[in-house]
Design a protein around this ligand. Sequence first.
Ligand code: ZN
Length: 422
Amino acid sequence: MPDNSIYTNGRGYLLPKIPIVVICYDGFDPSYLADAAIRRISPRVSDMAENGFYASAHSAMPSFTNPNNVSIVCGAPPRVHGISGNYWYDRATGKEVMMTDAGPLSAPTILAGLSQAGVKVAAVTAKDKLRKALAVGLAGEGLQGIAFSAEKASACTVAEHGISGEEAQAGQPVPDQYSPELSLFVLDAGLRLLRTGRAQVLYLSLSDFVQHAHAPGAPESDAFIRSVDRRVGALLDEGATVGIVADHGMTDLSLADGSPNILYLGDRLDARYGAGQTRVICPITDPFVRHHGALGGFVRVHILGDLDHDEVRDFVSRLPGVELALPREEMCRRFDQPMEREGDVAVIAGKGVALGTHKGAHALGELAGARLRSHGSVAERDVPFLVSQPLNATYRRKAATEQLHNYDIFDFVLNGTRSEGN
Ligand SMILES: [Zn+2]
């Protein structure tokens, strides 16, 4: 490779000549973008679409936050890096393990590659669980980059995060983890790092707290979109090339009366095969369940008893509300999943349906009467893909002829906006 580029997970990336900012606009379903463009409440982002580049892209499956954030910074799907959900079931130990705690990613990140090539790189996330995964090879002992979360900004140390708590927080209050301000803090921190020359490449990952709670057009959603737009504008005004993608879309999974529309798959399997014969894992489960009750449109079924796997798959696939029930190998082949963490049967919900384990096992009270809005299925796979600059001819052709993924964003921002022959 020439020394003006790095090579990560099979792709080359040109080192930037101007500042680059990639934003993961968490849960930014295409419906928010369309509505915001029609009512002109997000002028800077709409302008990116009109005068730069806009397309609808696929997110990585399952359409959850962690697999997609990791895919974006690796430029590769879960098959390559191993993060295919928040939780997985370790057959050997019979335990549910949080994937991001299970050890380093099985692939390097673009952020680490750029940093190790001498580029000043910073990753700022809303939640700390994600920061840990993104910091691998970037920030920490012997490393030059910066990686911290809004959630734990005040506790940063130069040794672990590449930045002191004082500088990370910059006198701003650390927002509640269930607040729109958590995302705005991320963008403000990114802007400061850019303005002070601390970072030349920034990855800013927001939280989907607002989108889980509010549909497009709701006053709370409008206020959030306007606040994000002003900050995107400030980043653009600093001369940065900005790329925006979402990690997944968002669908209302409630009935007309406001109650959540849940297919309790664990209950159905127990009724059919007996308790303890199967185990349903909801990989959306995380320590912050308040906005979705650990309910989404994708679960994995592990068969523990002596059951015919094809029969179980067939039974699940015939349940109304199930869009697809796939054996492990087919799920991995069709949706680029890592084999070792896949269930015996992968189950994708139909649009508008949440998949759960057992009635009573989900903290529905945490929704506090709000409509359940969530993600995980193919219905939330389409996400906006925006670049603030027009693409060069090679990337215009690429966009026109290939299925775009959100994890192509670094490729498009770093390579696709450069004049050809560079
Ligand atoms: Zn998300």
